[in-house]
Design a protein around this ligand. Structure first.
Ligand code: RIB
Length: 293
């Protein structure tokens, strides 16, 4: 089993149950407010651990974020690369969840955006010989990808949240795996249709396996022969979609680190994500491997 270092965000999540997402100029009263542990990086590390992978999380929190380190520890994630700073507060997310279980999220990066070059070098040293998993909720993604590639590290990126400003300059060709949803994929490829997105990305980044998630329609990728392959979603009662994508990614890379074929790893990830969708919260919704059948 390959070791995995997930270098990513750690957020305090504030979930607000709302009748609808707040509109411009409107003040909306939430039906309830619940706090939880989140951040795409933390969620994906916890999903990897719950899937049985050997996982280290690297990231930065403020003095108010120790609960996040504890959540990773409790899930069995190695937190020796998590740094506490007194110069910034912990990142946080304001998550509106509507009656259909959909969400709308605002993030404040805080300490997630205070990572120094020296800290990056330390993380990449630990990732040597293994696998590095990234998302777009920390600073210096460009530098991290370039340095990791130079060090011969296998890199996977979940380009979420998608940022058109950095999409053009990010060295996506240096990645081994790229996971995107349809909107993100369209943003990078400039076309809308799932198959067209995959064909365009494959032409631009031939050394990178691209996995496109399609919500209720499942996910898709191009196989070794360039054939379009889809994996259907599992039916699920939607309670809260927050963290379902992170569950998918954690289980996907756990499967790959065990040597699974891509389609088998995606199938495992799809089952895990269906369970997460039926539960409230982000990190709290991620299932244990023994519950994923
Ligand atoms: O993907 C869900 C996550 O996005 C939440 O946990 C929130 O913190 C944001 O990063």
């Amino acid at each position: 089993m390959k070791k995995i270092v997930c270098f990513g965000s750690m957020n305090l999540d504030y979930f607000y149950k709302v009748t609808h997402f707040v509109r411009p100029g409107e003040t909306l009263s939430a039906e309830n407010c619940v706090t939880g542990c989140g951040g795409k990086g933390l969620n994906q590390s916890i999903a990897l651990a719950r899937a049985g992978a050997k996982i280290m999380h690297a990231g930065k929190i403020g003095k108010d974020g120790e609960v996040l380190r504890l959540a990773l520890d409790n899930a069995g994630v190695d937190t020796s690369l998590v740094i506490t700073t007194d110069t910034a507060p912990t990142g946080h997310a304001i998550v509106q969840v509507d009656p259909s279980g959909e969400n709308a999220i605002i993030i404040f990066g805080g300490a997630n955006y205070k990572i120094t070059e020296q800290e990056i070098d330390t993380v990449l040293k630990a990732a040597e010989g293994g696998f590095l998993l990234l998302q777009n909720e920390i600073n210096s993604l460009d530098l991290i990808i370039r340095k990791a590639h130079e060090a011969g590290i296998v890199i996977g990126l979940n380009f979420a949240p998608f940022d058109p400003k950095i999409a053009e300059t990010l060295p996506l060709g240096l990645l081994s795996y790229l996971v995107l949803n349809q909107t993100e994929g369209a943003g990078v490829a400039g076309v809308e249709d799932p198959k067209a997105i995959l064909i365009a990305l494959n032409a631009n980044y031939p050394n990178c396996r691209v996995i496109l998630t399609l919500g209720a329609s499942g996910s898709a990728f191009l196989d070794e022969d360039g054939m379009f392959v889809t994996v259907p979603a599992y039916p699920a009662e939607v309670v809260d979609t927050t963290g379902a994508g992170d569950t998918f990614i954690g289980y996907l890379f756990a499967g790959l680190s065990e040597g699974m074929e891509l389609k088998a790893a995606i199938t495992l990830a799809t089952k895990a994500a269906a369970i997460a969708i039926g539960r409230a919260g982000a990190a709290d919704s991620i299932p244990l491997r023994r519950d994923v059948h």
